[in-house]
Ligand binder design. Structure first.
Ligand code: HEM
Length: 168
């Protein structure tokens, strides 16, 4: 069995984890928007716990595993292309929204609900834009090599790392 035999399995795992991650990112702002102080204390605690636990135990692990399987696929499929780098720029946007949701969950918790989480529309629109952009790039795999890319991204600069790298 060679490493390349792992590709279809890794891709299936990648698709599964990214589906859970993106579904979670779309659902969490909706759950946050329901942190309404006029709710009964018990109802408020319930929605707050559900948001917290799904973020910590489902959406964040799915994000880490989607990124890890994607990173492994880069090297196994040897996908060193401009469309993948463009995809990673958009994935960074997903990670930023993920971090913002985490920050909002903590702020709501620490202010005992006095912090009004924003409406879910804007985060939802940003997420849909990012996800659609990623899917277009990864499924169409457009030839972006003609794109003007900074010179420092195109050729090695002959600089050395600030630490010794063992050469096998
Ligand atoms: C840092 C995070 C990620 C990395 C490093 C990554 C990397 C990769 C790589 C190398 C492939 C294989 C491409 C090929 O076989 O030609 C792939 C496939 C795929 N990725 Fe990602 N990915 C990441 C996140 C995501 C996210 C967030 C989404 C969706 C929102 C996504 C959607 C897909 C899809 C749909 C495929 C299958 C494409 C195909 O079979 O041709 N990826 N990813």
């Amino acid at each position: 069995m060679s490493w390349t035999d792992l590709i279809p399995h890794l891709k299936a795992l990648h698709l599964g984890f990214l589906a859970l991650w993106t579904a979670g990112l779309l659902a969490l702002p909706q759950m946050l928007a329901r942190h309404d102080r006029s709710l009964l204390k018990s109802e408020f605690t319930q929605i707050r716990r559900a948001t917290h636990y799904s973020y910590v135990w489902a959406v964040t692990p799915a994000a880490v595993l989607a990124i890890a399987t994607g990173a492994a696929l880069i090297f196994l499929r040897e996908v060193f292309t401009v469309w993948l780098f463009a995809k990673l720029v958009l994935v960074t946007g997903l990670v930023a929204v993920h971090a913002w949701i985490g920050h909002t969950i903590i702020t709501v918790a620490e202010t005992d609900g006095r912090h009004e989480p924003p409406d879910a529309l804007v985060p939802g629109l940003i997420l849909v834009g990012l996800i659609l952009g990623i899917l277009v790039l990864v499924l169409a795999k457009p030839e972006l090599e003609e794109l003007p890319v900074p010179a420092w991204l195109q050729a090695p600069l002959g600089r050395s790392l600030p630490f010794d790298v063992p050469n096998r």
